[in-house]
Ligand binder design. Structure first.
Ligand SMILES: Nc1ncnc2c1ncn2[C@@H]1O[C@H](COP(=O)(O)OP(=O)(O)O)[C@@H](O)[C@H]1O
Ligand SMILES: [Mg+2]
Length: 362
């Protein structure tokens, strides 16, 4: 195995964070020089000389994802774990949050409006008709509908009534969507979590134009504010330990003093100085550089150097799954009869006609 001496960053269109990260790692030490990852030939089971790679882009470049899995197999500490990232999605995130006792909005998983390519009605024989009335009663209005595996606010809809919901659903094509209650919030936060221990809580106003979203102040003050910050820190750590992310953000909407986790599947979170601002940028550059150096120093030769969440580690160790905890806020409960109805509901998929715009094969 070649010596793993370098720290690398793999990135796409972003411009400010990668260079600042490389510079900071190199300023802090010389044992593990940092650079932009350079890839030539990728051959099975051939190691790279990177001790650590920070991955900022493989969600958009499947070639990179495969490269990173190969690098991880041959001992590189890839941040974030490319296997887990490939497997993860927001519905699972929410379900795990319920089990970890972190409040999340009431959420239902919807089958894609259109059938996936190369499927026909027979592919959906296990799926019952949706009971929309039960779903609407359970989730209420307004509601959010968004892809179960998405990001960057793409295909995120806020709907106020069934008509709007169906109109939005019609636009979603083959995307699998989450349908969830809208949280009417007094405070909103985005929180970096780095290395499973460093947490930066940033007031965030999603209703502002993009460049002003971080130019927001926390509204909750005094003891309530302190308590809120402590609770969010606890939830951020719980979620990231559960999922096993080294670099992630968690968003919270605060309703009645309770932080409700909205979006916590952001393994390549925005870290651009122009959106997060100078102070947050400085924090994230320093925390990421410190983590990368620490991971390079503690690298175990010839071993798996990835981080795995407590969910996966517990499964491997044969530990029983967490028992669902009663929700602190608005989470789906086991005893919720509407949820049960929704499960046994009939699907909306027309079994005779192909879905709009799709021509299923034979
Ligand atoms: N259940 C919800 N209640 C209130 N606001 C929400 C809810 N879901 C999403 N949003 C708003 O929509 C934005 C985008 O949704 P999010 O789940 O963060 O998707 P993405 O992964 O695309 O960023 C959030 O930042 C938030 O402002
Ligand atoms: Mg988000």
């Amino acid at each position: 195995m070649s010596d793993k001496v370098k720290i690398g960053i793999l990135f796409g269109q972003e411009n400010t964070f990668p260079q600042a990260f490389v510079d900071r790692v190199n300023e802090k030490q010389r044992t593990f020089p940092a650079e932009f990852v350079s890839i030539e030939q990728v051959e099975q089971s051939v190691p790279t000389d990177y001790a650590v790679i920070i991955d900022r882009i493989s969600q958009d470049v499947p070639f990179y994802k495969a490269f990173l899995k190969n690098a991880a197999l041959t001992g590189t500490a890839v941040i974030n774990n490319p296997f887990w990232w490939s497997a993860d999605e927001k519905f699972f995130n929410n379900a795990l949050a319920v089990q970890l006792g972190v409040p999340v909005p009431k959420t239902i998983l919807l089958p894609s409006k259109e059938r996936p390519d190369d499927t026909n009605h027979n592919s959906f024989r296990n799926l019952q008709h949706m009971n929309w009335e039960a779903i609407f009663n359970h989730i209420g209005f307004p509601a959010f509908m968004k892809p179960h595996a998405g990001g960057g606010w793409k295909s995120v809809y806020k709907v106020d009534n069934p008509e709007q919901m169906f109109r939005a659903y019609d636009e979603t094509g083959q995307l699998v969507m989450l349908y969830q209650e809208a949280i009417d919030f007094t405070d909103y936060f985005r929180c970096y979590c780095i290395g499973g221990k460093d947490v930066r809580i940033m007031p965030y106003e999603p209703r502002n134009p993009h460049h002003l979203r971080y130019a927001s102040e926390m509204k909750t003050t005094g003891d309530a504010g302190k308590k809120l910050l402590n609770t969010m820190t606890d939830y951020v750590l719980k979620l990231n330990h559960g999922l096993g992310y080294d670099f992630n953000t968690v968003e919270f909407a605060v309703r009645d003093g309770i932080p409700i986790a909205i979006d916590f599947c952001n393994p390549a979170p925005d870290a651009d100085i122009h959106s997060v601002g100078q102070e947050n940028f400085e924090w994230v550059v320093e925390a990421a550089a410190t983590m990368a150096i620490e991971r390079a120093k503690t690298l175990q030769k010839g071993k798996d150097n990835l981080t795995w969440g407590t969910f996966v580690r517990g499964s491997v160790a044969g530990e029983p799954l967490l028992s669902p905890k009663p929700p602190k806020a608005a989470t789906v409960t086991k005893s919720d009869t509407v949820t049960k109805e929704a499960k046994s509901a009939k699907p909306d998929v027309d079994e005779k006609k192909p879905a709009k715009g799709k021509k299923p094969k034979a």
